[in-house]
Design a protein around this ligand. Structure first.
Ligand SMILES: [Fe+2]
Length: 465
């Protein structure tokens, strides 16, 4: 039986995949070196896609995915000395590469996203479900999914936004391939085990390459990676990242932009008409792909409610009417007119948003604000733990955020103060919940020295500020 792999490194001398020593430029390497690595990555990703995808071009070929029997074989292998040792080596390489590169993370795709929030979301999934040792390996592509983002400033002078940043997935795929090297090629096992390990490797590579799409519904590993990442597109995490990244790098405005078409359509993130921060945040609460896991909806609903409450609190009445036009029309018993492309929020989500801003809550937010100026609030808001400073030298991000704040009208400034105060309150709650998840993960997975999840939980716990 032939084992199907895609070991097709175009320049094996530059990027050996069989020695276990990965020749990967760090994001701070010479730009020429990064550019040639980028070229190799695009070429390799294209080949991998045509090898891995079925005729639809979206879903994996069934024979290249792990079957239940293959997954059992891999899990057994992971319990033995060879599997344990090899996965230890891969995870050590992944962690040390990320730790040495993460200093190049920019606001939005930084230490907080890559080594803190995304792994915490992954650990929560692992705590909520009964995963096999094979399935637990999803945490490795999850850690690596955005590693390609770290190269964007070197390649394109500035980070890429939303759906336009597609090259980072190919770069991440290529980095992952080098870090795995030949660790999933074993000579000592059965042919069945070797096929299973080849498929494990395929699924891991595909998970990084496909993490931004809604594809790969048949691969648990890809879906788990997508879930951890998607959870960062709603709720507190999305709010502070949007301000730091989308306003900070791309100048998305906050001043009321009254556009009648925004009552029923939204721009795609990263496209030229994606110019307003609120509609950018709104896009994800209306269009979040569904995730896997028994508690996936609970988490995404909470995130949508948090994003929605911020939008409600931070908007002037006319912007509220524009953002929540489909829900307000439904409340008034009106059918959406034809050409309505904004999916109405589920009723319970909408009710949790609009009923939140009671007098008590507004008073609490005033107390929390503690007389701080809008700039002081925004500065605290964009800098939760482990976030890259938006006001660091080399970035003009803070200047753009200040410009957007200064453009607000007096009523909008008051509302934005409420929104940011709410965001800070939320941030403190999220921080507490995150610490609990990490502690539970250490208690559950940390006792087994070979556990990759335990290793990741300790990494997150001990992450230097
Ligand atoms: Fe991400």
């Amino acid at each position: 039986m032939r084992i199907v792999t895609s070991h097709d490194t175009p320049h094996a001398s530059l990027v050996p995949v069989s020695s276990g020593e990965a020749c990967i430029p760090t994001p701070g390497s010479h730009p020429q070196e990064v550019r040639s690595f980028h070229g190799l990555a695009l070429e390799a990703a294209k080949k991998f896609r045509s090898f891995f995808k079925d005729a639809s071009g979206r879903e994996p070929r069934a024979e290249l995915l792990l079957t239940a029997d293959q997954e059992r074989l891999v899990s057994e292998w992971l319990g033995g000395p060879e599997g344990r040792q090899r996965v230890q080596r891969v995870s050590d390489r992944v962690i040390s590469f990320l730790c040495s590169s993460i200093g190049h993370g920019h606001p939005g795709h930084d230490k907080r996203h890559v080594l803190f929030k995304d792994p915490i979301a992954g650990l929560r999934l692992a705590l909520e479900e009964e995963l096999s040792p094979c399935q637990e390996l999803f945490i490795l592509p999850s850690l690596l999914h955005d590693v390609g983002r770290l190269y964007e400033p070197t390649l394109f002078l500035k980070p890429q936004s939303g759906a336009l940043g597609i090259d980072h997935a190919a770069l991440g795929f290529f980095v992952t391939r080098q870090l795995i090297g030949d660790e999933f090629d074993t000579d000592s096992g059965s042919v069945e085990l070797r096929i299973a390990l080849a498929n494990l490797r395929n699924e891991i590579l595909n998970a990084v390459l496909d993490h931004q799409t809604g594809d790969s519904q048949r691969s648990f590993i890809a879906q788990a990676v997508q879930r951890a990442d998607r959870e960062q597109l709603v709720g507190y995490e999305m709010l502070h990242r949007s301000l730091a990244f989308d306003t900070g790098f791309f100048g998305l405005q906050m001043r009321g932009a009254l556009l009648p078409e925004r009552c029923h359509t939204l721009p795609l993130p990263g496209y030229p008409d994606d110019t307003h921060l609120f509609h950018h945040i709104e896009f994800y609460i209306r269009n979040l792909y569904p995730s896997i896991g028994s508690r996936a909806n609970e988490h995404s609903d909470r995130g949508k409610i948090e994003s929605g409450r911020f939008l409600w609190l931070a908007s002037s009445p006319v912007m509220r009417a524009q953002i929540f036009a489909p829900e307000i029309a439904r409340d008034m018993g009106r059918e959406p007119s034809s050409g309505h492309f904004k999916k109405p929020l589920e009723l319970r989500i909408w009710n949790a948003i609009k009923d939140y801003a009671s007098n008590e809550v507004l008073q609490e937010l005033t107390v929390l604000r503690g007389g701080r100026s809008l700039r002081e609030l925004a500065l605290a808001f964009v800098h939760p733990s482990h976030a890259t400073r938006s006001d660091a030298s080399g970035y003009e991000n803070w200047g753009r955020i200040v410009t957007a704040l200064d453009a607000l009208q007096p009523l909008e400034k008051r509302r934005m103060g409420d929104g940011l105060s709410y965001g800070l309150k939320l941030g403190a709650e999220v921080e507490r919940a995150d610490r609990e998840i990490v502690a539970s993960a250490i208690a559950r997975f940390g006792g087994e020295p070979a556990s990759v999840l335990g290793k990741v939980a300790r990494l997150v716990r001990d992450l230097p500020a």
